[in-house]
Design a protein around this ligand. Structure first.
Ligand code: AMP
Ligand code: MG
Length: 520
């Protein structure tokens, strides 16, 4: 196994001078060196072959002992020095101070076909940032992160990737429901991959300590490697840097709203500087369309991170990033202008995204109203978001009476469709049909366009849980099946029709299916 190692983060930014693996506050440094814990009996459960190829691995490497050793943390790749990154963050709206990679250990960066990739192990043992944690991860959360990051990639949503899922062979103690019933679970390690794992929180850490020298170092480093078009460091390039991050963050959130993804823990330490979906914890997928839904039991009181609030929270987080970058610009106005534009840009992009879900190519004044009325209808009774939009593409322009029948499968309880609800829907279908008359596309052309943005298959919460339950009994076949299914989320897959179905009733209130804690 030969990789083209090309380290930059830990060669261009300062390391902590303390090299011990003790929990502490780390000052004047972007990271601390730390080696992964040696797992007792590592076992490879799955590998993402496409990603492996993208980072320069060969098919035969994936079977090798070297691969197992390096990506389980058993051995360190020659001439590399693993490290944990220092960052801070706002959690659930409150300043939390230093956080850092408490259970992620960066191995190295590679350069392949001119693309830079940082590789890190999640769950490979404690680091100076572990605080009260053990630095480990359990199979349940690792499997969820592994499958979902790759699924999001294939959905076209900006995301960190996942190269491999391994069992460590060690047992990990977790109180899954935080109810005093701790139990041992299988330990696991995911190798995550992204151009960089720098978060908003990395900038917040230095700014909070008034460490302007390192704030500037980190910003210059990030711009030169990941936003090279912005040019040399200057006040204006720092402002443009913030603008670019704002745009990417907005695009990411619009994608989440398009596919019905709820991140669940949008703390500023979980916001990537590249606008990538990062840190898959208690995330979830909308089944019934619901702006108020969150999968995260820790957030059930305030529902801060509910589906409909994600665009606002992204903005809130960007305000924190603006505060952190402010010392480099020393003027609030440029930041305020960008933040003010966010709202306008969100309205424009969100409308464009919703039009695409409805197969509308043109823009007309009545579109906003049509979309709002659709959202009202979707909330009348529990309506599966994925099934609704997918089925809607089968509508024929001439035949609007059929609308309700076409999307019937999306309703959780067909009995809930009272006469008055049916009338509201019919009226909407009527408006939609009239709106379609203004379009040039044929029914079939519209269907093709709609099916390219409305996925047929997403990782429904219960699907991941079924795979977890099987994996806990040493049956790993579903990991493979779901991985392959989710590689082509927009395709019709006749053999996989069973996964194009509403959440089964047994999963409605089952832990892991409708609600998740942060325990992982
Ligand atoms: P998260 O909610 O997963 O984004 O994590 C928030 C912070 O807690 C980060 O600094 C993590 O590194 C840290 N953390 C989460 N779980 C553990 C764990 N098991 N051991 C050590 N640190 C952890
Ligand atoms: Mg995190």
């Amino acid at each position: 196994m030969k990789l083209n190692i090309s380290n930059t983060f830990n060669t261009q930014l300062p390391a902590d001078t303390d090299t011990s693996n003790t929990r502490r506050k780390v000052f004047d440094a972007a990271y601390a060196n730390v080696n992964p814990k040696t797992p007792t009996h590592p076992e490879l459960l799955h590998v993402s072959k496409d990603l492996a190829k993208s980072i320069g691995l060969k098919a035969e490497d994936l079977q090798s002992q070297a691969f197992l050793n390096v990506f389980s943390g058993s051995t360190i790749y020659p001439n590399t020095k693993p490290y944990a990154m220092a960052y801070a963050g706002h959690q659930f709206g409150n300043w939390a101070g230093q956080l850092g990679d408490g259970r992620a250990i960066n191995l190295f960066e590679v350069l392949h076909n001119n693309n830079r990739w940082a590789l890190q192990l999640k769950g490979a043992g404690e680091t100076p940032f572990s605080r009260q944690g053990d630095g480990l991860a359990v199979l349940r959360s690792s499997l969820r992160e592994y499958l979902c990051s790759e699924a999001m990639h294939y959905l076209g949503v900006p995301t960190t990737r996942a190269l491999s899922l391994m069992l460590s062979g060690d047992k990990v103690l977790r109180d899954m429901l935080y109810d005093g019933n701790a139990d041992y679970e299988k330990g696991a390690i995911v190798c995550r991959v992204a151009p960089t794992f720098i978060r908003f929180g990395n900038f917040e850490l230095f700014a909070s300590r008034n460490d302007i020298k390192n704030l500037k170092n980190l910003t210059d480093y990030t711009i030169s490697h990941f936003y090279p078009d912005l040019g040399e460091p200057s006040i204006s390039s720092y402002v443009e840097f913030f603008r670019a991050i704002t745009m990417r963050t907005l695009d990411m959130v619009i994608h989440w709203q398009r596919v019905g993804f709820v991140h669940g823990v949008m703390n500023t330490d979980n916001m990537s500087v590249l606008g990538l979906t990062i840190d898959y914890g208690p995330y979830g997928w909308l089944e019934g369309f619901d702006f108020g839904w969150t999968p995260n039991t820790t957030d059930i009181q305030n529902k801060r991170y509910r589906f409909g609030n994600q665009p606002n929270i992204a903005l809130w987080n960007l305000v924190q990033l603006a505060n952190a970058l402010f010392p480099l610009v020393k003027e609030a106005k440029p930041f305020e202008d960008i933040l003010n534009d966010y709202k306008t840009n969100f309205d424009i992009k969100s409308l464009h995204m919703m039009r695409s879900k409805l197969g509308l190519q043109q823009s007309h004044d009545e579109d906003k109203k049509l979309i709002e009325e659709l959202e009202t209808c979707l909330l009348l009774t529990e309506t599966d978001m994925t099934i609704f939009f997918r089925k809607l593409s089968a509508l024929k322009k001439e035949n609007n009476e059929d609308g309700l029948t076409i999307v019937n499968e999306a309703f959780y309880k067909a009995n809930d469709i009272s006469d008055s609800i049916a009338r509201q829907w019919k009226s909407w279908f009527n408006d939609y049909s009239q709106r379609l008359d203004k379009e040039q596309l044929t029914d079939n052309q519209r269907k093709v366009k709609m099916n390219a943005v409305n996925p047929k298959y997403v990782l429904r919460n219960y699907m991941a849980q079924v795979a977890i339950d099987a994996a806990n009994k040493e049956d790993y076949s579903l990991i493979n099946e779901l991985f392959d299914l989710l590689k082509h989320p927009y395709n019709e897959q006749s053999e996989n029709e069973k996964w194009f179905a509403k959440r089964p009733e047994w999963a409605r209130h089952k832990v892991g299916c409708s609600m998740l804690s942060c325990s992982s």
